[in-house]
Write a protein that binds this ligand. Structure first.
Ligand code: GTP
Ligand code: MG
Length: 617
């Protein structure tokens, strides 16, 4: 299935030509009929001699309605560039041709209309002018035919040409993710909401569970039509009308995209490579505000020029578009940049969800070049380098590859050790080798710094390390497992350390500690409180099992604590339970000691509290 579109200056006979070819008047609005001028997109279809049925999008030529033209031209496979014989190439001929060129529309036919109005030798001059105008564009060498929609002259030849050109036009690649940019939304009483558009990827069927993006509105396909014929499914490359349930007509508008659920996200900043239009009305300056036209949507955007300060007609360069209204762009999509004076340029999306870049950085440009390479492995690695780690699904979206292709390339890259995978299933996170190395070095640096600040502690808290590495909680355990396997660190449960880190006291610390422990040991069940021992030393002695802090500034010698717990346990075994005052009498101590002691035994699950009693835990 193919879709073709008209282009050309106002009044040059586009709509009349479509009417003559199809018997369908593409001007459907009353105002269009009254003014004899196309305002919004019109749609028709035609069965070619080969049997193929094609969809046709007719666009307005008037400069004032260029937004509508841009909304219609996004999904076409072939353009009919219409030039009236009596006027020849005019400003909108050039702007529309620039747009086709920038959108990389490589198939086209130049149709000289109103051939009945001029003499044959004048027609020859127009042919020459048209061929010359096309010569510097993607439509260079395209066939030029002269027709009269009035007399029918040349129309059979045009149809033959169309047929043969489309036979040679390959189908768009199928990435298996249907996208239907909505160009019309209306309601039909008894049926509800209908949206139309050109299905540019994948297929959809009656019953499909879809969503409308932006907005994430879940909908279901109730019915499908292509060229006014009911269908059970629609294939890519076809003009499609979709009857939806789950959405009111006033909740849908031109520019939104109908797609499968859950994968397509809007992006606020995207990097791209642009070419300036041959007839650009002025330069594109760094930080200039322009309108981005993409499929049927548009948004204001600030353009950051990444490798220049200014681009003139015919120049090309790397840009970042910062969109005022985020759009669900995907890598590889074409777009047009326009100011209110005219079409400035256009290009291809190279990376979605782009970060803010330092300008004129050769490494950035090298990375963007690699991202625009046709080699999917290279694209996958670069996408992971800049945006990783990513799940397979997210990687597929950002690199604009099908899920299957992405999985195949990832497996290959893993075998070659160029990708590191952490975890399993849908949560599996992929790092480029470089990305993983960066993460492991960061972990090692963090731990080294921690050990330097706290040499007496066994290790850093696991949660602290996680947040410093900005890792997600669901993948962090697996990240640690892999880092431990690679000998980067040792995971000790609640703390994490470098493999060669062993906390040890120096001589003076040892002396202080020994004196402290001796003092505790000598005071038995009632150790002195309010000791001003360095908390780092205390935590070291606790970790190494020499002392047991029970709270409230009370610390026991480990052996004394052991003794106490044995006595308490023995008492409970004999009496079934113990109270605070019984403990006090048993230990010949006071409430001050006994309360925190019992609480610490509860916390260590030696005892359990029931009301005023302690029992065995
Ligand atoms: N004599 C003659 N007149 C034509 C021919 N084709 C179109 N016209 C006339 O040219 C005028 C403009 O035709 P349209 O088809 O509306 O032109 P358009 O390119 O669709 O114009 P916009 O959509 O407004 O850009 C109409 O009055 C047509 O009748 C033709 O082959 N011969
Ligand atoms: Mg028209």
């Amino acid at each position: 299935m193919h879709v073709i579109g008209t282009a050309g200056h106002v009044d040059h006979g586009k709509s009349t030509l479509i009417h003559a070819l199809t018997s369908i008047d593409p001007d459907r609005l009353r105002e269009e009929k009254e003014r004899g001028m196309t305002i919004d997109l019109g749609f028709a279809w035609l069965r070619l001699p080969s049997g193929e049925e094609i969809g046709i999008v007719d666009v307005p030529g008037h400069e004032r309605f260029i937004k509508n033209m841009l909304a219609g031209v996004g999904g076409i496979d072939l353009a009919l560039l219409v030039i009236a014989a009596d006027e020849g190439v005019m400003p909108q001929t050039r702007e529309h041709l620039d747009i086709l060129d920038l959108l990389r529309v490589t198939r086209g036919i130049a149709v000289i209309t109103k051939s009945d109005l001029v003499e044959p030798d004048f027609l020859e001059l127009v042919r020459e002018e048209v061929a010359e105008t096309l010569a510097t564009t993607t439509l260079a060498g395209a066939p030029v035919v002269a027709v009269s929609s009035q007399t029918g002259d040349g129309l059979p030849e045009l149809i033959e040409l169309l047929d043969s050109q489309l036979q040679e036009t390959p189908q768009r690649p199928d990435r298996g993710r249907p996208r239907l940019p909505i160009d019309r939304a209306f309601a039909i009483s008894g049926f509800g909401t209908v949206v139309t558009g050109t299905l540019i990827d994948g297929s959809i069927s009656v019953g499909s569970e879809l969503e409308i993006v932006p907005g994430r509105r879940s909908v279901r396909v109730r019915g499908l039509q292509s060229h006014k014929q009911a269908e059970t499914s629609a294939e890519r490359g076809s003009r499609t009308a979709v009857n939806l349930t789950g959405v009111d007509v006033d909740e849908v508008s031109r520019g939104q995209v109908l797609t499968t659920r859950g994968w397509l996200k809007t992006t606020g900043a995207a990097d791209g490579y642009i070419r300036m239009a041959a007839n650009a009305p002025g330069p594109l300056r760094h930080n200039m505000q322009v309108t981005v036209h993409w499929l049927a949507a548009e948004s204001l955007a600030r353009i950051r020029l990444l490798d220049s300060d200014r681009l003139h007609a015919g120049d090309s360069g790397w840009v970042q578009m910062v969109l005022e209204t985020p759009l669900p762009l995907i890598k590889g999509d074409s777009f047009i940049l326009r100011s209110n004076v005219g079409t400035l340029g256009g290009g291809e999306i190279i990376e979605v969800d782009a970060r803010r870049h330092k300008r004129n950085d050769p490494r950035l440009i090298a990375r963007l070049e690699a991202l625009s390479a046709p080699d999917p492995s290279e694209v996958i690695l670069r996408t992971l380098d800049s945006g990783g780690p990513l799940t397979v699904a997210e990687l597929a979206r950002r690199s604009a590859l099908s899920d299957q292709d992405t999985r195949d390339h990832v497996t290959q890259l893993q075998d070659e050790s160029r990708i590191v995978a952490v975890g399993d299933g849908a949560n599996r996170l992929l790092y480029s080798r470089d990305g993983w190395t960066t993460l492991t070095s960061a972990a090692a640096e963090q731990l080294a710094a921690y050990h330097k600040s706290f040499p007496l502690r066994r290790g850093a808290s696991r949660e602290d390390l996680r947040s410093r590495l900005r890792a997600q909680p669901e993948n962090f355990p697996e990240i640690l497992v892999l880092m431990q396997t690679e000998g980067v660190l040792v995971d000790e449960g609640s703390t994490v350390r470098l493999p060669d880190h062993l906390p040890a006291l120096n001589d003076s610390q040892r002396a202080v500690s020994d004196a402290f422990v001796r003092l505790l040991r000598e005071s038995g069940n009632n150790p002195p409180t309010g000791q001003s021992i360095d908390p780092e030393l205390l935590s070291f002695l606790t970790d190494s099992g020499e002392v047991v802090p029970v709270g409230e500034g009370i610390v026991y010698d480990a052996e004394a604590y052991q003794n106490i717990t044995s006595q308490v346990l023995e008492y409970i075994q004999i009496n079934g339970k113990i109270t605070v005052s019984e403990t006090r009498d048993l230990l010949k101590s006071s409430r001050k000691y006994v309360l925190p002691l019992l609480q610490s035994m509860d916390a260590k699950r030696i005892t359990r509290r029931i009301g005023d009693d302690r029992v065995l835990a």
